[in-house]
Design a protein around this ligand. Sequence first.
Ligand code: CA
Length: 225
Amino acid sequence: MNILVVEDERNLADAICRIVQDAGYVAEACYDGRTGLVSAKSGLYDAVILDVMLPNVSGIEIVHQMREEHVATPVLMLTARTSTSDKVEGLDAGADDYMTKPFESPELLARLRALTRRQGDVVLDELVYADLVLDLSTHDLRCGDRSVHLSGKEFEVMRMLMSSTSRVVSKQDLLTRVWGADGETSENSVEAYISFLRKKVNHLKSKVHITTLRMLGYRLEVFPV
Ligand code: CA
């Protein structure tokens, strides 16, 4: 699951990212309201952790615009103040839950679990593309009666490729969505993981190939056997 964290206090944003990453989510941080708004409206995340007090565009305004444009991603608001007006305003604007800063990581994770569970129709058990089945709970990739287990990053890369069967997934997309704000990762890592995945898909004797499109990225294609 991909979690967007919008929080201008970098230390706190990075700490939240680490907490949710340690719990097995993929996390990405935005440090101001304007970029947070664009990312939140993309609909590409399973949940958004959103600070109220942000430069440029407030958290309340972000959730308001998301709901106005029918982006249904669950939103957990972070409020520094204990004043009820912030909470009421946030919930009225369309937030699903709120949490007062400072908070303990178990509480954050419990609220996140509750939020992502609530999207009943969005949570899938498996992704299917041609003869490939990706089990989203066990991280096994199957083809017929053959099966391989995918490591954490392999799973996230494969999930992105299988979620977007028509469009191309760029290396940059993979870097930001799978590796998040980890600035030390380079495009070479993406290539390495694509190569691991090709070997596994090949081992499964699937008709699916991970095709490289020069300068653009990767796409799944079905080749006749
Ligand atoms: Ca703030």
